[in-house]
Write a protein that binds this ligand. Structure first.
Ligand code: FDA
Length: 306
């Protein structure tokens, strides 16, 4: 009950525009640096290199979301291009992740497609794979429509589906002809029971169901979770169906269960760490706090240290 209230509070706070602006102005605070690699590409490169040296693959994300003007969307795209160039120049084992609302999804189709094509062209030229993160339910259909259009033009693009949505099983079937590389996650936004399973147990069951569905469709699957039960389930499933390690990978977020990440890499699995950086860290940080009240301890320590 208390956990649910805290979760709702952090998810509510994650959308607060004034706090987002203040956070940008005052820099990484309150323990956010545990989950965010820094504010600049140079800081991110350092972190990616350290992770690569430990045998971990990366997907790097320039933080930003819900952009509402063209200038800012173009600026976000420029940061993504900068990250792609850095990955290639520094020979990093890293992909790129981005959010469609940072590319102008809420502004115009023309803008978001222009920015996406700029990024995918540069990424293709340098052999970098790009994953389109999935945001809240209201943007899900549009994100998938854009993904389908882009997937016909580019083979270096994938996206994310969320186990908490009722629609996901059907989305996996609809996407099957595209042979998509999908990251599967539980889902991080606050959604109403009309569209998403309210009960965590049902989300976990659906997560297992869609992992099996997508893997047995023969498509590349990134199982993105910190949940040992889901990781164990995936390991058993691939054994049972003789699915090679080259058809799937595990993914976790930077700063969460780092020892487990190394263990999985040592067991021979591809383990990819999602590394966010940039000044727009506030919404991302709030969602991490919502996921696990224990993370709040870091915030309190961060405040006390000031
Ligand atoms: P959950 O939060 O239920 O945790 C399950 C268990 O994991 C816990 O009971 C505990 O045992 C362990 N655990 C979790 N956190 C821990 C910690 N800090 N320390 C120790 N143990 C811990 N969401 C979205 O909506 N769109 C997206 O595009 C993405 N992208 C994305 C990429 C990657 C790489 C990851 C890992 C996640 C996302 N997500 C996401 C977020 C995702 O939807 C989800 O909110 C989080 O991954 C948390 O869910 P878990 O699957 O980890 O399980």
């Amino acid at each position: 009950m208390v956990e649910q209230l805290m979760r709702d509070m952090f998810l509510f706070l994650s959308k607060n525009k004034t706090l987002t602006k203040l956070a940008k102005r005052y820099g990484l605070r309150f323990g956010a640096s545990r989950f965010v690699a820094g504010e600049t590409i140079d800081e991110a490169v350092r972190v990616i290199r350290q992770l690569n040296e430990k045998g971990l693959a990366v997907t790097v994300d320039y933080l930003g979301e819900f952009v509402d003007n063209e200038r800012e969307a173009n600026e976000m795209a420029r940061h993504c291009l900068e990250a792609i160039v850095a990955i290639s120049r520094e020979k990093l084992n890293s992909q790129l992740s981005l959010k469609m609302t940072s590319m102008g999804l809420d502004i115009s189709d023309e803008l978001v497609m222009r920015n996406m094509r700029r990024i995918l062209d540069a990424a293709k030229e340098r052999g970098v794979f790009v994953t389109i993160d999935m945001e809240d339910y209201s943007r899900c259909q549009k994100t998938l429509d854009i993904f389908k259009t882009l997937k016909k033009e580019y083979d270096n693009v994938g996206t994310v589906l969320q186990a908490y949505l009722y629609r996901t099983e059907q989305d996996i079937e609809d996407l099957k002809p595209y042979r998509p590389n999908l990251r599967l996650v539980k889902g991080a936004y606050k959604e109403p029971p009309e569209v998403a399973f309210p009960d965590k147990k049902d989300v976990d069951e659906n997560f297992k169901k869609i992992i099996k569905q997508h893997l047995l469709n023969g498509n590349y699957t990134a199982v993105a979770t910190h949940d040992d039960a889901i990781i164990e389930y995936t390991k058993q499933l691939v054994k049972e169906y003789n699915i090679p390690n080259s058809q799937f990978e595990f993914q976790m977020l930077y700063g969460i269960r780092p020892e487990r990440q190394i263990e999985l890499a040592r067991e021979g699995y591809t383990m990819r760490v999602y590394v966010p950086y940039g000044t727009d860290w506030y919404g991302y940080f709030m969602r991490r706090l919502a996921e696990r009240p224990a993370n709040v301890a870091f915030v309190i320590k961060g405040i006390i240290r000031k």
